[in-house]
Design a protein around this ligand. Sequence first.
Ligand SMILES: Nc1ncnc2c1ncn2[C@@H]1O[C@H](COP(=O)(O)OP(=O)(O)O)[C@@H](O)[C@H]1O
Ligand SMILES: [Mg+2]
Length: 264
Amino acid sequence: MPEAAAKTKADYWMADLSQAVDCTVMARGVEVVYEMGSEKIHALQGVDAQIFTGEYISIMGPSGSGKTTFFNVVGGLMKPSAGSVYIDEIDIAQLDAGELAWLRCRKIGYIFQSYNIVKVMTALENVMLPMLFAGVPQDEAQNRAVEILTRVGLGDRFLHTPKELSGGQQQRVAIARAFANKPAIILADEPTANLDLHTGEEIIALMKEMNREEGVTVICSTHDHKMLDISDRIMWMEDGRVKKLARRDEVDIKIDEFEEENKA
Ligand SMILES: Nc1ncnc2c1ncn2[C@@H]1O[C@H](COP(=O)(O)OP(=O)(O)O)[C@@H](O)[C@H]1O
Ligand SMILES: [Mg+2]
């Protein structure tokens, strides 16, 4: 790891607000209504948010506040009932099926709470998979998979399948897979929720390192207060709305109070 990680755009933004900043994701009035029989559930009720290139933003909020739904909409996995999501200034609702597939495969890396790696494949095969989908030649995909698995600390676990790996190691495979195609954005939905405290801390540190070294925008939902300190900004959700969006250095509350306030 280099001693002084390269400055990301988020660093410049943090340092000088007058500086122009690229915006990777913009949500405008996003609403999602789930229909269950005759019942309508308003999961997102007009979410506006701008997410800057290279920043690490944590999304916090109680269970049911709409975090996963927000991820699904931003990640192009679900269409909003109203409003728009722009990625690099392109309204993703305007993309055709092929373009949307490209976006999901090349531009965004997904990390889930339950790892979602393929059980019958080795770590190496799991990390190669999105590259093969993207048309990267086999040799090149294998070299990159070896490189990135080594990078996440699994240099001696290439040929292990998920059942031969711990939860933390499986999540490292998922992180390697998410970074395989050098995405611009990482969407991580409660990536540490199934991990013990220590392993969760290691996973967070790894995501932060990758964020800084690769200049990737990381959007990470969590219940975990440890995420606060490494975040550039924190967005709180409540009842499908953005309750607050603040820079880490503006958040002047103690962790205990914070936990009390944000009990899941
Ligand atoms: N597929 C679904 N069908 C119906 N309701 C859903 C579905 N997914 C989520 N919801 C509801 O939408 C709201 C937001 O859920 P979710 O986005 O999963 O919140 P969070 O990730 O913050 O826990 C909740 O009330 C939840 O019950
Ligand atoms: Mg969720």
